[in-house]
Design a protein around this ligand. Structure first.
Ligand code: ADA
Length: 568
């Protein structure tokens, strides 16, 4: 399943059959090709749990004309071929890309996708890290047949005005042939339609902007997540030639002083960091698993989730839109010091991840903030320049959402002034013994004195580890569930008790596999700070978080998961 709704009614578009033949030619691979299911990472295969190499996926498809292959995610280098002709190459597991083959004779063709998860000099973002870099086709593959022109995106920004809501649409149309042509674009939402005539020069992408005055519509809120379908249609010579269907929610996010306002009401964030990973399925989380994660987080009293440390599957974002779970989405980069940021490919790969994230996820109403560059070198001139560029890029690509970055606890940050909300990862009582309140106050003071005066502050990570099933009745043994619960209780109380803080994302929702190179300090080669383990078995922390989150009613307007707004 690519999305939770149909994305085309006019365009000939279909999901690839799930069975592919996989060949793994490098050391540690299988002796012979095997049938595997896509989407899926090869680590899900018992014999490939540690395979680092290339994976060659093949299947026969029937198609013809202008063929577009959409790959939702290939981890972490991907290339796509039709009958041995290379259509496209892509780096980065967490965003999609297309391959185009023009004037293909109608009939059977061989579709080949090569994935490669070997670390190497060309890879700046996928490196051995505190999460696992899987291999394979991790998201859905779609085959489409296009005419001369097709819609490549339709971004919609909802704008609240005196007479109700307007949907500001930006539609991009690409002409695949060398010959110019013209057409009519219409965009419909909430029963209203706007139409524009458009010139479409050859071999170019043309962008059309239009305003659809929608008036009084239901707003999207976490409690009533009302979604509206957007349909963009391209007509050529009086016939519907292509379409693009997506969903939006009418809602507005604004910063006012040190608060983040959603539809005018200050948010109080209580949430989780969640890696896109589920037990043996690794990075390719089945949609049922995504839904269950959202239910579990909601059950614990969470109203938001951070997609650490990369863009997530649009299916997950669809489910967040549906269920009213607020999302912090960030582009890919975790824990890179200045040397790693000076990698010759670093900025290119980060720019691509950032651009593709916004291009592909712009319309999701659940995304309330964009992030980037988790725990990189914000304390050096060079590092700060990278932050500035990417934060600026996020703002430039989407002026309707605030931007932030999760920074290290250590002092000396140079970019507090560059973001709309300042976010910090803190580990008092876990990596150091400072009392939670002191650690937080010290950091906030430092932020306030160095450019972050008056801005919202988010605790983007805080947490402690436990190995599922390991108990110490005294609650003292490191990695015991009791100790994790005790620390989390202090941490949550300390953070939510600080009136300057907008909210918290706990580290983390579920345990995740980490790179083999990280085995020391990471028992089982897992990051064990989940409230649930990798199979979603609850630790004692589950109850602690549930109590603390559900019991939270601080003195300010806040969005409660059960629907009411509280006012002190
Ligand atoms: C960091 C980092 C996370 C994770 C966490 C931890 O703050 O952002 O990815 O590594 O620490 O568990 O230590």
């Amino acid at each position: 399943m690519e999305r939770v709704f149909m994305t085309h009614e006019i365009r000939k578009s279909r999901e690839c059959a799930p069975i592919w033949t996989l060949t793994t030619p490098d050391a540690g691979g299988l002796d012979r090709p095997e049938k595997v299911i896509v989407p899926g990472v090869w680590e899900a295969h018992p014999a490939l749990r540690n395979y680092r190499g290339r994976g060659i996926y093949e299947q026969q498809i029937t198609c013809g004309g202008n063929v577009r292959i959409w790959l939702g995610g290939v981890s972490f280098r991907g290339s796509v071929y039709l009958d041995d002709a290379l259509l496209a190459e892509h780096y980065g597991a967490y965003t999609g890309f297309e391959g185009l083959a023009l004037n293909v004779p109608a009939g059977e063709h061989t579709l080949r996708v090569e994935a490669d998860n070997r670390y190497g000099d060309d890879s700046a973002l996928h490196i051995p890290n505190d999460y696992y870099c899987y291999g394979g086709i991790n998201r859905l593959v779609v085959v489409e047949e296009l005419g001369q022109c097709y819609i490549t995106r339709c971004h919609v920004t909802p704008v609240d005005g005196a007479d109700g809501w307007t949907a500001e649409a930006e539609v991009a149309i690409h002409n695949l042939s060398g010959e110019g042509t013209r057409g009519t674009v219409s965009v419909s939402v909430a029963g209203k339609t706007a139409t524009a005539e458009v010139e479409l020069p050859g071999n170019r992408t043309t962008v059309v902007t239009m305003k659809i005055v929608c008036g009084i519509v239901a707003t999207w809120t976490p409690e009533t997540p009302k979604l509206y379908t957007v349909k963009a249609v391209l007509e050529m010579d009086g016939t519907a030639a292509d379409d693009w269907i997506d969903r939006i929610g009418f809602r507005e996010i604004r910063i006012q002083g040190n608060r983040i306002l959603l539809n005018g009401a200050p948010l109080r964030l209580r949430g989780f960091n969640r890696h896109e990973e589920y037990g043996a399925f690794g990075l390719s989380v089945p949609v049922e698993g995504m839904m269950r994660d959202l239910q579990l987080m909601r059950e614990m009293g969470a109203n938001c989730v951070r997609t650490c440390h990369y863009p997530n599957d649009p299916l997950f974002l669809d489910l967040c839109d549906e269920t009213g779970m607020l999302v912090w989405e960030e582009s890919h980069a975790r824990g890179l010091d200045e040397t790693k940021m000076r990698h010759p490919r670093f900025m290119d790969q980060l720019r691509a991840s950032t651009e593709e994230m916004i291009e592909q996820h712009f319309n999701h109403p659940s995304i309330f903030i964009w992030g980037c560059l988790n725990e990189c070198a914000d304390d050096t001139e060079y590092g700060a320049a990278c932050y500035r560029e990417i934060l600026g890029m996020l703002k430039h690509l989407d002026g309707s959402r605030p931007v932030t970055a999760a920074l290290l606890e250590r002092p000396g940050g140079l970019v507090y002034g560059e973001m709309d909300a300042v976010s910090v990862n803190l580990y008092p009582q876990w990596y150091h013994d400072t009392p939670v309140r002191d650690a937080l106050e010290r950091k906030i003071r430092e932020i306030r004195e160095n450019g972050g005066e008056g801005k919202p502050v988010i605790v983007s990570e805080i947490g402690a580890g436990a190995i599922y099933g390991f108990h110490d009745p005294l609650g003292e043994a490191k990695w015991s569930e009791e100790r994790q619960g005790r620390i989390l209780r202090d941490q949550i109380a300390g953070v939510l008790g600080n009136p300057e803080v907008t909210g918290v994302f706990l580290w983390q929702f579920a345990d995740v596999r980490v790179a083999d190179e990280w085995f020391a300090g990471r028992p089982k080669t897992y990051n064990n700070k989940g409230a649930v383990d990798e199979y979603r078995r609850p630790k004692l922390a589950y109850q602690t978080v549930r109590e603390m989150f559900r019991g939270d009613s601080m003195g300010l307007h806040c969005v409660h998961d059960h629907g009411d707004q509280c006012l002190s």
